[in-house]
Each structure stands twice: as structure tokens, then as C-alpha cells.
Design a protein around this ligand. Structure first.
Ligand SMILES: *Cc1c(COP(=O)(O)O)cnc(C)c1O
Length: 461
């Protein structure tokens, strides 16, 4: 299987090359040349597979011949053995036909563990095979950094440097990063904002000399392997609820569009998905695009669901590519225009395709809190604020109540204790493996908001 860039002007790459490259050389994102489709019989045959078996079945359709079956199986088995629930991604019933898919039983209590436990091991394998070492650099506002560190800690062929805004991530989020003491893990508390952290990452990647010398690699949400790992749980949940004989709907708390894009891929592969609902907080660029046809950026505003405080949803480009019939030249025109004007006007055809594939809605902070409270009262279930956005929007946007609807529960409530406590009056408890988190030793370095200082720090290490 080969991968092509959405901007049509970068070489076709193999799976392993795409994992290493992240972004394409022409600034586009890699997508598979063709998405494999499954017959009803093939999907039926998946019904009794365990989570790792299902993951192997789906992921191996995208890796081509490059990765030996036994090696891929080992990577997948180890990645999901780190989860603390035997079902890996258990479904929980909220009411007659609404379910939560709990994606927070991994090491760092957010769904990002599904992709990053897999990607960390996969990268290590690819680097080992090629006799290479890589330096992973990332900026985080919280959840990505800890999941990336958990996936890469102790791996032989990589060092990981994560920058976070000093004093601006929650205590649990910080401790999940800084209490990892492995030698290949380096936390940088930057005297600046999340945007400053991201700017420094961009500056470092733009320095060709530095990039080459250290083999810089990113593990952000545009990496195809992350999307691929997330396709699996859509199948897993739908199969539990009677697919493929019965269609299922999903409602997904959305920021960078990675998670819901994986749902779109599952649907293209043949999984019968009735509705795919985009749930956003007040940063509602996607909901507005669906309503107006204009993808226009406004300043991101803080909310109680901070991992969704995003205005540019990088993975959106992958969809736009499909709606313009995979015309890379057209896409690079549109994206150049977007870079200058901060606006992308969808053609009537593109907009009608968007509307055919997705529904969308948003929830304010007040609605989010009210949902946490109501859900706790109705079924004793504590929702984290991101999941609560999903539950709130699902009720507004679902077409009917006959089709089972699954809301992706993207984080454990104990990851966002303040919002949960203020909404429900209950202080959510950390699970057993993190109960002593607040008494663990921390390791981090404070640095000035200066790309050169960061560069020197990385070279020294
Ligand atoms: C990252 C994150 C999201 C948003 O996911 P995207 O793939 O960026 O759309 C939602 N909820 C939580 C808890 C997250 O950490």
C-alpha cells in the first residue's frame, strides 16, 4: 500500500516512510492511495475477536508487506497490554440507546494512549530495523505530551523532548509528564504560552541542519499511524452493538479532528455508521463550517474542556481532499489561500458532501457542567468535561432514538477534577496505578521562551 500527499507534490511513500515523515514535504498530509473496503462477511467474522486481534486485523490492511506479521502482532499486543481494563475499550450504557465508549483505561487516562502506545513501539521498531535514532519533539497543552511520553519512555532508539507552558497545565497533567524519570525523556517547562511552545517546535523543524542532524520526528495528531490505531475502536464498539447487521451512530468530542476522522475512515471501510456527530465546545470552527460552508478561523478561547480549545483542525485537510475528488493541485491552491486569508470557502459540492457525512453541534461551559450533573444524577456516572460535551451534543444532534448512539469518552474524570467537582460536587478519584502520583519525584527543566535556548538544551542532551 502506498500513501499520497493531499497537496499532490510530494513523493508517494510506503507505510513505514509515512510514519517517519509525519508531514509531507509539500506541506500536505499523507493519506492511503486507496482505503481497503470490507465485505459484510469479513466484518461478521470480526465479531469474536479480542481488541488486539481486531487491531491486527484492521491495521495490517494498511501496512502492506513492510512489517512482518509477528512483529506487528507483538507491537499491538504490548501496546494494549498496558491498558487497565480487560475489554481495553469497554462500553457502558447511559440510557436506553446511548452508550459511552470508555477510552480512558490507558496509562495517562485519555484516548490518546490508544494511538501513542502503538506509535511509540512502532517507531522504535522501524528505527531499529533501519539502524537509526530519532529525536521526538512536541509541544503540549496537556494530554498529548503525557501520552507521547508514556508511549516512548525507555525505548532504545529515541529521545523525547516535550515542551509545556510553565504553570498553565493542570497538576495531574504536569505530574503525568514530569514523574517519568527514564533517561530518554526530557520535559521542558517553557516560560510562555502553549502557542509559544508550538512556535518553537515549528522553528526547530524549519532548521534543516538541526532537523537532519538530530533526525527530528513529530508524533502529533497528523501522523497517519495515530489515525489508523483509532479506527479500531469504532469497529470494536459497533460490533458489540450488533454491526454489521445494525447501523450505529457516534458522537465525538473534537479538536484537531483526528479522532472523528478515524470514524470517517471506518465508515469508508464499510462499517455501517448512521451518523457521525462532531461535538465542539465554544471553539466551534467545525460546527460553523457545517452551518455556513466557510471554514474561518477565530481566536481560540479557553474553556473547561481545554484539549478541544483548538481553532485550526489540521486533519480537516484530509477530508477536503476527498471532497475535491483528491485533486492535489486544487488543494494546494485552497490551502495557500487559507494560509493568507484564514478562510476557506467550500464549493457547493464540497459542502453538500460534508453535510452528507457529518452532523455537528456545540456545548457551552454551562451546558457541559449541567450535563455532568444530570448524568451523575441519572446514572451515577461521572463524565469528564470533554466527554460531557459529547453527551450534550449527542442529545441535540441525533436523528432518532432507534439507532444506538455511542459517545466517545475521551478522558477519565480524575484528569479534570476541578471542573468535575464544581459541576457534580464529587471529587473524582484517580485510578489505582496513579494513586501516589502527587508524591512521586519530578524531573523537568525550566527554560526561557527562546528557540535557541531550547535548541542548545536538546543538543547538550
Ligand atoms: C485530544 C483530545 C480531544 C480532541 O481530539 P482530536 O483528535 O484532536 O479531535 C478530545 N478530548 C480529549 C480528552 C483529548 O485529550
Amino acid at each position: 500500500m502506498k500513501y499520497i500527499s493531499t497537496r499532490g507534490n510530494a513523493p508517494k511513500l510506503s507505510f513505514e516512510e509515512v510514519v517517519l515523515a509525519g508531514l509531507a514535504a509539500d506541506g500536505g498530509l499523507y493519506v492511503p492511495e486507496t482505503v481497503p473496503t470490507l465485505s459484510m462477511a469479513e466484518i461478521v467474522a470480526m465479531q469474536s475477536l479480542s481488541y488486539p486481534e481486531l487491531a491486527y486485523n484492521i491495521i495490517s490492511r494498511f501496512t502492506g508487506e513492510e512489517i512482518a506479521p509477528d512483529a506487528l502482532k507483538a507491537i499491538i499486543n504490548e501496546a494494549y497490554a498496558t491498558f487497565r481494563h480487560a475489554a481495553i475499550a469497554p462500553l457502558k450504557q447511559l440510557n436506553t440507546n446511548t452508550y459511552l465508549l470508555e477510552l480512558f483505561h490507558g496509562e495517562t487516562l485519555a484516548f490518546k494512549d490508544f494511538a501513542l502506545q502503538f506509535l511509540g513501539r512502532l517507531l522504535d521498531y522501524i528505527l531499529q530495523k533501519r539502524g537509526r535514532r530519532a529525536t521526538i519533539i512536541g509541544a503540549t497543552s496537556g494530554d498529548t505530551g503525557s501520552a507521547a511520553i508514556a508511549g516512548c519512555r525507555g525505548r532504545k532508539n529515541m529521545d523525547i523532548f516535550i515542551m509545556y507552558p510553565h504553570g498553565r497545565v493542570s497538576d495531574v497533567q504536569r505530574l503525568q509528564m514530569t514523574t517519568v524519570l527514564d533517561e530518554n525523556v526530557h520535559n521542558i517547562a517553557l516560560a510562555g504560552s502553549f502557542d509559544d511552545c508550538q512556535d518553537i517546535v515549528k522553528t526547530l523543524f524549519a532548521d534543516a541542519d538541526f532537523r537532519e542532524k538530530l533526525s527530528l520526528t513529530a508524533v502529533n495528531s497528523i501522523n497517519w499511524a495515530r489515525i489508523l490505531a483509532q479506527v479500531v475502536y469504532y469497529f470494536y464498539a459497533a460490533l458489540r452493538l450488533g454491526a454489521p447487521a445494525r447501523a450505529v451512530s457516534f458522537c465525538v468530542p473534537t479538536g484537531n479532528f483526528g479522532d472523528i476522522y478515524a470514524g470517517y475512515i471506518a465508515k469508508r471501510m464499510g462499517l455501517p455508521i448512521e451518523q457521525l456527530i462532531i461535538a465542539t465546545n465554544r471553539n466551534d470552527i467545525l460546527a460553523r463550517t457545517l452551518a455556513t460552508g466557510t471554514y474561518g478561523v477565530a481566536a481560540a478561547e479557553p474553556s473547561i474542556s481545554p484539549s478541544m480549545d483548538i481553532q485550526i483542525s489540521s486533519n480537516f485537510e484530509r477530508l477536503v481532499f476527498d471532497w475535491y475528488d483528491r485533486d492535489g493541485t486544487k488543494l494546494s491552491e485552497l490551502m495557500a489561500n487559507f494560509r493568507d486569508s484564514k478562510k476557506l470557502e467550500l464549493s457547493p459540492t464540497a459542502l453538500s458532501r460534508l453535510r452528507a457525512e457529518f452532523a455537528a453541534g456545540k456545548a457551552s461551559d454551562e451546558e457541559t457542567k449541567a450535563t455532568i450533573k444530570a448524568c451523575y444524577q441519572a446514572c451515577g456516572e461521572l463524565l469528564d468535561p470533554h466527554t460531557a460535551v459529547g453527551v450534550c451534543v449527542a442529545e441535540k444532534a441525533r436523528k432518532d432514538r432507534d439507532t444506538p448512539l455511542v459517545v466517545l469518552a475521551t478522558a477519565h474524570p480524575a484528569k479534570f477534577p476541578d471542573a468535575v467537582k464544581s459541576a457534580s460536587g464529587i471529587h473524582p478519584q484517580l485510578p489505582a496505578h496513579l494513586i501516589d502520583l502527587f508524591s512521586r519525584k519530578e524531573k523537568f527543566t525550566q527554560l526561557e521562551n527562546d528557540a535557541n535556548a531550547v535548541k542548545e538544551f536538546i543538543i547538550e542532551r
